[in-house]
Structure formats: structure tokens, C-alpha cells
Design a protein around this ligand. Structure first.
Ligand code: AP5
Length: 249
């Protein structure tokens, strides 16, 4: 474990929010992208990687979910529209996502490094990230591509429960909370995500197949892709990830 203190307020809130992240005392800052189908376990791995590498977990899905807590009059029209796309399981338009990430480009410069989860999701977004990083004089260390058969993914999604307060993720069978419906970490209420309903899951899988799966080739051509089998426990997958990263560095 590092003594880094990642802080996501600048990422989640954007605008003038200040980041309190403290750089890692030893070791290099890692700059990673997590790829994989919805529900494969990217968020779960990001939390484990954050604890080990000290890099901030930057999820675009979390930005949209945080925006849901805002009053209607605090949301821009683009953000209101984005939440509707998300509810249906469709991808939010590239222009909206790119504007949101551009506004938060300071998080890419962070000395703690970053774990990008859910961005990029299309080739256009990947090209934009490439440009942004080039402008900042930064490079990705690797792109982690998690793979799992679809029936196992659907099981993971349908049993997922998320803390309304601290966003910790549980699973009713494989990672149950100690007390049903209550977060182990903060006592917050656990809820099922709106887009984890079967009809939205189907739409999300199709969007992944059409728009996001081609990114594996995109990053393979750049020599950045590390494909990680995502079966087994979160800890086993985490160990595979660390081995793959060590083999690269
Ligand atoms: P986003 O929030 O990015 O969701 P996602 O990609 O669909 O991924 P998930 O968060 O559903 O799954 P995950 O892989 O993180 O799995 P988790 O670790 O939770 O995006 C949501 C929406 O926002 C999109 O549909 C889109 O509308 C919009 N959006 C966001 N970014 C966008 C972008 N860049 N462009 C356009 N639109 C965008 O695990 C799932 C469950 O499995 C949990 O219950 C967990 O406990 C369990 N689990 C995890 N690992 C294991 C394991 N090894 N064994 C057993 N259970 C496990």
C-alpha cells in the first residue's frame, strides 16, 4: 500500500473544485485505462488498483451518477440529456463526454496518476484522449482489457448493489454486505442501478460490442494492450493485473 491520498472531488464535480490528492511517496505515477464490457468488474479492480498504486479512479459513469444528485436547475441541458441516454443504457454522445473530460484535464496531470474507467469508450474518445495527453506531455503506461463470457457478466450486473453515499460496490452473492442493504464502509443505503435492469443491460452490451470493443485493436496497434482474464475472485484478477503490469515495467 502507498501513503497516497487520492481525492475525486475535482473529477466528480468539475468546475473550480479543488483536489486534495497527495502524490505517491515512492514509485512512479501510473496512468492506466481500464477497458471491458459493462459489469466485467472494472470498477472493482479500479478500487483495488487505487489502494495499491495510489492513482485516482476516474470514472465517467460516476460523474454522470454524481450529477443525478444535483437539482434540475443545477444541471446543464447537456447533462440532463446525458442522464436520459444513461438510463436507457445508451452511450452519451461523444461531444458531451469529451467536453466533460476536457473540463477535468487537470486530473490527467495529477502527480498521483490515474485509472480511467469508462473513458474512452469510442474511437473518437480514444483519439481525443491521445491528443489531450500529448498536449500535457504525458503517456499511457498500459490499457487493461478485462475479458469474461457474457453470461457471467450478466450475473455480475444483476446482483450488483452500490452504496448511495460512498459508491462502494457489492454483489448480493459474491460480495454481500455484512448487513443486507447497508454499506459495510459508511453505513449508507445500498441500491440497484437503474441501468442494471435487463432491458438496459441488453442495450449496454450492444453499445459495447459496436463502439467500445474496437478499442482493443486501437490500443493493441499502439503496443499498450494487456488482456486480463476476468474470471475468478476480484483478488485473483487483481493479482493477474499486477503481474501483467510488472512484466511490462
Ligand atoms: P459506467 O459507469 O462506466 O458503467 P459500465 O462500463 O457499464 O461498467 P459498470 O460500472 O456497469 O461495470 P464494471 O465493469 O465497473 O463492474 P463492477 O466492478 O461494478 O457507465 C454507465 C453509463 O454511463 C453508460 O452506459 C453510458 O450511458 C454512460 N457513459 C459513461 N462513460 C461514457 C463514455 N465515455 N461515453 C459514453 N457514455 C458514457 O462489477 C459488477 C458487479 O460484479 C458488482 O456487483 C461486483 O461486486 C461484482 N464483481 C466484480 N468483480 C467480481 C468477481 N471477480 N467475481 C464476482 N463478482 C464480481
Amino acid at each position: 500500500m502507498t501513503d497516497a491520498k487520492p481525492d475525486r472531488s475535482a473529477w466528480l464535480k468539475g468546475g473550480n473544485s479543488k483536489c486534495q490528492a497527495k502524490p505517491v511517496a515512492t514509485g512512479k505515477p501510473w496512468r492506466l485505462v481500464l477497458l471491458g464490457a459493462p459489469g466485467v468488474g472494472k470498477g472493482t479492480q479500479a478500487e483495488l488498483l487505487k489502494a495499491r498504486l495510489g492513482a485516482c479512479h476516474l470514472s465517467t459513469g460516476d460523474i454522470f451518477r454524481a450529477a443525478k444528485q444535483l437539482n434540475q436547475n443545477e444541471r446543464t441541458p447537456a447533462l440532463t440529456a446525458a442522464l436520459e441516454y444513461m438510463r436507457r443504457g445508451e452511450l452519451v454522445p461523444d461531444s458531451t463526454v469529451i467536453d466533460i473530460v476536457r473540463e477535468r484535464r487537470g486530473c490527467l496531470r495529477c502527480e498521483c496518476g490515474f485509472l480511467l474507467d469508462g473513458f474512452p469508450r469510442t474511437v473518437t474518445q480514444a483519439e481525443t484522449l491521445e491528443t489531450l495527453l500529448k498536449e500535457e506531455g504525458l503517456r499511457l503506461d498500459a490499457v487493461l482489457n478485462y475479458e469474461l463470457p457474457i453470461d457471467l457478466i450478466v450475473k455480475r450486473l444483476s446482483g450488483r448493489r452500490t452504496c448511495a453515499n460512498c459508491k462502494a460496490v457489492f454483489h448480493v452473492e459474491t460480495r454481500p454486505p455484512k448487513k443486507e442493504g447497508v454499506c459495510d464502509h459508511c453505513g449508507g443505503k445500498l441500491y440497484q442501478r437503474e441501468d442494471d435492469r435487463p432491458e438496459s443491460i441488453r442495450v449496454r452490451m450492444e453499445a459495447y460490442r459496436k463502439s467500445t470493443a474496437p478499442l482493443a485493436d486501437f490500443y493493441d496497434r499502439r503496443g499498450l494492450l494487456l488482456t486480463i482474464p476476468a474470471d475468478g475472485t476480484p483478488e485473483e484478477i487483481f493479482n493477474r493485473t499486477m503481474e501483467a503490469l510488472r512484466a511490462r515495467s
